[in-house]
Design a protein around this ligand. Structure first.
Ligand code: BV8
Ligand code: ZN
Length: 252
């Protein structure tokens, strides 16, 4: 576990004019939300997430995919943000007070950053709480709860199947969110990459974009990732442990 932080890291954070943060499933792990790479449990143990979070899986078996998301929504609705989430809320407040630009980009679809109190969160992969119609594309459409799944869209008798408003493998990311995230990675002075295996593209390229743009890049993860050898600081440990201590050590 982390003891003290390198002096230069504290200085870079204190002097930064633009801070960007990217979070992955590891940032929600201490809230009890299983990460994407962790083996799935129970009913879903036999499936790989990549084989459910994909358009062909929904076409092949919409019921199974809908049920998987209902199961995940059930996991998420009762969990609370963890200390790492709240440290990022604190960081945003402190930086805003000093008119420092703070951009929080997340790959997570659990809405925990918003639940913790972060204001402008860039959701690269959508949000599992939102539902959209696979046919007309309308988001958060109303539906009749029926015993058959997935429910059908009621918009102007569209009748399309409903699906979660998340980005599946093989689907493009929301362009505005992706462009804002890339701009933040290329302009920031310091980039924190927190709780991500840095495997899923194009989100996984953001820390490298920051590095190429000569930003200080900090990785917070208990395990190594493909960029651990390249980042400026690799802080080995849990985000719920490291982030509150980093905020206290920097802005004490
Ligand atoms: C696209 C929403 C264009 C759904 C998700 C280039 C090269 C190779 C492949 C591709 C490529 N470009 C595109 C691809 C294909 C694919 C891809 O990247 N595949 C990977 C597997 C190689 N990408 C796409 O399909 C993307 N679309 O590029 O569009 C396009 C268009 C048409 C045709 C082709 C391309 C779409 C990707 C988005 C997929 N949707 N989620 C849902 O959730 O149901 S991705 C999903 O997986 C998550 O959202 C998340 O982003 C990702 C998992 O990554 P992590 O968040 O990092 O989580 P993971 O479990 O992997 O790791 C957790 C980490 O936390 C670990 O490192 C662990 O050590 C750490 N940790 C654990 N506990 C803690 C902790 N850290 C800190 N504290 C702790 N306590
Ligand atoms: Zn519709």
């Amino acid at each position: 576990m982390m003891k003290r932080f390198p002096e230069d890291l504290i200085k870079s954070l204190r002097n930064a004019k633009r801070v960007a943060v990217l979070t992955g499933a590891g940032a929600s792990a201490e809230s009890g939300v299983p990460t994407f790479r962790e083996a799935q449990t129970g009913l879903w143990a036999e499936y790989r997430p990549e084989d459910l979070a994909a358009p062909y899986a929904f076409e092949k078996n919409p019921w199974r995919v809908w049920e998987w998301y209902e199961w995940r929504r059930g996991l998420i609705e009762n969990v609370m943000p963890n200390k790492g989430h709240y440290a990022l809320v604190e960081m945003e407040k402190l930086l805003k007070a000093q008119s420092v630009e703070f951009t929080l980009i997340t790959q997570n679809v659990d809405g925990l950053h918003q639940k913790a109190g972060n204001q402008n969160v860039i959701e690269l992969h959508g949000n599992i709480e939102r539902t959209k119609c696979a046919k007309c594309g309308k988001v958060a459409v109303r539906w009749q709860t029926t015993e058959t799944h997935p429910p059908h869209c009621l918009q102007d008798n569209c009748g399309g199947l409903l699906r979660p408003d998340v980005v599946w493998f093989g689907e493009s990311l929301p362009l505005e969110a992706l462009h804002k995230a890339m701009a933040a990675a290329q302009r920031c002075n310091i980039f924190l990459s927190i709780g991500t295996s840095t495997l899923v593209q194009p989100a996984a390229s953001l820390p490298t974009m920051a590095l190429d743009a000569k930003a200080v890049v900090v990785e917070i993860n208990p395990n190594p990732t493909p960029i651990t050898g390249r980042v400026t600081y690799a802080l080995e440990g849990l985000s719920g442990y490291i982030l509150p201590r980093l905020v206290a050590a920097t802005w004490g």
